[in-house]
Design a protein around this ligand. Sequence first.
Ligand SMILES: *Cc1c(COP(=O)(O)O)cnc(C)c1O
Length: 369
Amino acid sequence: MPDLPDRMIDLLHARAGKLTKGESLTPPVVNAAKYALPGAPEHAFPYGRFDNPTWASVETALGILEDAEAVCFPSGMAAVTAAIMASLKPKAKLLLPSDGYYTVRVLMAEFFRQHEIEVTEVPTAEMGDQDVSGYDLVWLETPSNPGLDVCDIAAIAARVHESGGLVIADNTTATPLLQPVLDLGADLAVSSDTKALTGHSDVLFGHVAGRDEALMERVRNWRKLSGSTPGPAEAYLAYRGLMTLELRLQRMCDSAETLANLFYTHRAVTAVRYPGLADDAAFKTASKQMARPGFIIGVEFADAATADRFIDDCPAIFHATSFGGIQTSGERRARWGDAVPEGYVRLSVGCEPADPLVAAIRKTLDSLA
Ligand SMILES: *Cc1c(COP(=O)(O)O)cnc(C)c1O
């Protein structure tokens, strides 16, 4: 595991270390469609769709965290699409996790399959045993969302590379701080920064990172040509949220570990998924490739009604979709049709003070049992 806290301290001081007297510590929000462009048009900032200084600030920060080049996008799905468009060949064969983020699979079904792109889906837990030869692109999402299965990124990437394919890892649930997917061998990392990376539930954002210059040039070019561009204000919010990533994750992971143990032993809960529990199917691989097991817990209750009562009765749980925010939130994923039991709640542990959070959740659990 690389020294990720070192990357975080570099990130926090990267801009500060370069400033001249009178410049602001925070990057300016540059609202610009036009820049001065006399003479030859070659310049870093010729036109608003090509590049923007506020994007550049957040990309520098993300680049330090990923130890790679980063390109930012207006949402996680915009980043997913860019990564696919930059690496896809005609008639490509793609391997996709069947239990990964639903919208990625719908995007494939609606817009890629008809262009002779062949898509095969395999559960994340079986990805390690899958024969990957002949696949041009292998998509990984670990821990998977919402089931929290994991797969061994380094082992799979080695086999995909042997047969000439590329690996893209959606690192949304872990973030680069908990799981450095590029160090583990992925060719591209994609992330929905709408979630824990920016963390305040106030902005949609995403990024793609990679170390192959030519591939990253295609990602950048895709943004410029397709116009999939973030607003400067959103880029600033992402930058600001990112500054507290390490602090937030420490609190979220600490509380998640406490809560996972509470769920594990509580009679109101029928099953728990958390990669940090020693007898969880994900434990061994997660311990190897993740700095910490994360802040998302799968909590299963006897039925949908009990699960709904748990979410609605607990004053410390915000009933909403999505995850990774300051406030602990939860939802029953079967309401979206995910392949999980009716009573399965995806709980995203937030940044509340731990004691009152655990006390409120324990009280609600006691009232259910
Ligand atoms: C949310 C999410 C996305 C999509 O991100 P948006 O910012 O909503 O576009 C992609 N992958 C994963 C794993 C996600 O959780």
